[in-house]
Ligand binder design. Structure first.
Ligand code: ZN
Length: 149
């Protein structure tokens, strides 16, 4: 089994959790289970859909302790998991630049425990800022003084 997250492509631990569902532990997407049918569907999706999902999952990891189980329909709970249809999840993608900025700043605030704490904005955090790559946000963060000077 390949040790890669099937959403963002990062190195991840992958484990079979029964039926044909896989559990991915990814540093960006968090801990997510994906049903077999959904794995098949995701493999057919264009890269853009996977990129959007990876950003939504990174946001979810920061805002909630709920582990997601991507299923082919329906919702609810199953043991530790919140069942989510990934197509429903995609509907929560930010609609415009203003919303991207709002949600990026909220994500940033979730990463700092105190306003004067420094945070390194790296390429690896690009999903948290809904970005294609980390550079625009790196520049943004460098010019943004986070602190109570
Ligand atoms: Zn991932």
């Amino acid at each position: 089994m390949e040790n890669k997250c099937m959403i963002c492509g990062r190195e991840a631990t992958v484990r079979n959790i029964g039926a044909d569902a896989l559990l991915f532990k990814c540093s960006s997407c968090g801990e997510i289970a994906i049903a077999g049918r959904v794995q098949t569907a995701l493999l057919k999706e264009p890269q853009e859909v996977l990129s959007k999902l990876s950003r939504l999952l990174a946001e979810h990891r920061l805002e909630s302790n709920d582990k997601l189980f991507l299923v082919g329909g329906g919702e609810g709970r199953q043991k530790d998991f919140l069942l989510v249809d990934y197509k429903e999840l995609l509907k929560h993608y930010p609609r415009d630049t203003a919303e991207i900025l709002d949600r990026s700043l909220l994500n940033l605030s979730r990463m700092v425990s105190h306003p004067s704490h420094e945070i390194q904005i790296t390429e690896d955090l690009k999903e948290v800022f809904f970005a294609e790559n980390g550079m625009p946000y790196y520049t943004f963060a460098v010019s943004l003084q986070i602190g109570d000077s």
